[in-house]
Write a protein that binds this ligand. Structure first.
Ligand code: RFL
Ligand code: PHB
Length: 394
């Protein structure tokens, strides 16, 4: 006999989307069970996002997990775009009145886990063979193996927060689901190093040898990325080769400030734009990377996941408070309208900042003209700034 559990919302995936959803639901008095195929240490160790929009900071603060973030996060009021060594600062504070916060996804995840655990949140880790079922009924189920035993959770709603490779999206029938995808012909090779960053702000650089990004996690820890072949191997990149290449791409002035050290977490991420529609099927709701992927150039993936979850938590809380399904029924439509705008921004910034193998000299001239226009036009810079700090939720 399978072990059975009953809850209001079964959340598949304990990444930032699933964890925040369970916290927001708990704050609204709605119970949930969260399951993940990995364990807490593995999830917390994944080095990913670093830049939080104002709306994300607000959501984490309202959820009650903002204390350490406000103490340790670095407020950034601008960033640089560089083209063959020429730099242009996008002054996001002056252009939008807002700022972003540099605070790693590892830390966001840790803060969320700490609070959920302290409040006795219900988790199953290291689960296998996760199978959502009866999604079109009022009593959907999620079945899985845990410690070699079959477990079934029955619930009112299933939240698919299980990332791009999860099972939730795949449980929507093919004749219902539409997907839209662009795979970019390159990847990002990322490293961390225990050295102060090149500059107080991020630098996104387009160079004839390829894109480079100077980012950070703290005043003493830097994060760097280089555009590389999608099928390249991090083993091909000694630290010396990485630093030499970075120096060439970021221009002489930034290179003069580069402090290099032993690297860790050297890995290659593919770049993809992807959207699945709709984000609801019966009583299954998708949120975060389970429904959409953006290339990391705009620093949007985690922020999009948080925006989805804010709207989903509001919709579910409303349903339990008043019985109204108004926001549940509009969830997919409202979220997707914003998702596509963020996809557009991430795609456009990626097109501007990378070297594409099929580009001719004409496209290269177009990129340079766009950069020169940005330098001269406050309106063009403002367009970038308002997208970077985050579009309104609705
Ligand atoms: P996650 O974080 O992938 O979590 C999904 C969870 O689901 C679990 N899972 C399953 N559990 C049960 N059953 C299954 N069958 C399951 N399949 C999967 C997984 O173990 C995992 O724990 O998705 P979520 O929560 O939607 O969060 C999305 C973000 O992680 C992602 O969008 C960002 O990391 C993207 N991203 C960035 N986003 C930003 O907002 N700002 C940035 O600066 C930024 N930089 C980045 C990034 C992503 C990167 N990589 C590596 C893709 C930089 C990089 C290099
Ligand atoms: C990061 O610090 O990991 C980072 C920052 C900005 C991006 C992408 C990644 O656009």
């Amino acid at each position: 006999m399978p072990q059975t559990h009953r809850t209001s919302v079964c959340i598949i995936g304990a990444g930032p989307a699933g964890l925040l959803l369970s916290q927001l639901l708990a704050n609204a008095g709605v119970d949930s069970i969260v399951i993940d195929r990995r364990d807490r240490a593995y999830i917390e160790g994944r080095i990913r996002a670093g830049v939080l929009e104002q709306g994300t900071v607000d959501a984490l603060t309202e959820a009650g997990v903002g204390d350490r973030m406000h103490r340790e996060g670095l407020v950034h009021s601008g960033f640089d775009l560089a083209f063959d060594g020429d730099r242009h600062r996008i002054d996001i504070a002056a252009l939008t009145g807002k700022s972003v916060l540099v605070y790693g996804q590892t830390e966001v995840t840790r803060d969320l886990f700490d609070k959920r655990m302290a409040e006795g949140g219900c988790f199953f880790f290291n689960v296998e063979d996760v199978t959502p079922g009866a999604l079109k009924t009022h009593q959907p189920t999620v079945s899985f193996q845990h410690d070699g035993q079959p477990v079934t959770v029955t619930c009112d709603y299933v939240a698919g927060c299980d990332g791009f490779h999860g099972v939730s999206r795949k449980s929507i029938p093919a004749d219902v689901l539409r997907t839209f995808e662009r795979v970019y012909p390159f990847g990002w090779l990322g490293v961390l190093t225990e050295r102060p960053p090149v500059s107080d702000e991020l630098i996104y650089a387009n160079h004839a040898r390829g894109f480079a990004l100077c980012s950070m996690r703290s005043a003493t820890r830097s994060r760097y990325y280089l555009q590389c072949d999608a099928d390249d191997d991090p083993e091909n990149w000694s630290d010396d080769r990485f630093w030499d290449e970075l120096r060439l791409r970021i221009g002489a002035e930034a290179a003069a400030n580069l402090q290099t050290g032993p690297s860790f977490e050297k890995s290659i991420a593919p770049l993809r734009s992807f959207v699945a529609e709709p984000m609801r099927y019966g009583n299954l709701f998708l949120a975060g990377d389970a429904a959409h992927i953006v290339p990391p150039t705009g620093a949007k993936g985690l922020n999009l996941a948080v925006a989805d979850v804010r709207l989903l938590a509001r919709a579910l809380a409303e349903r339990y408070r008043s019985g109204s399904t108004t926001h549940i029924d509009s969830y997919s439509r409202i979220v997707l309208a914003r998702v596509w705008k963020v996809e557009r921004f991430s795609w456009q910034l990626s097109n501007l900042m990378h070297q594409f193998p099929d580009h001719t000299d004409f496209e290269r001239k177009m990129q340079r003209a766009e950069f020169d226009y940005l330098v001269q036009s406050e309106a063009a810079s403002k367009t970038i700034a308002e997208n970077y700090v985050g579009l309104p939720l609705e």
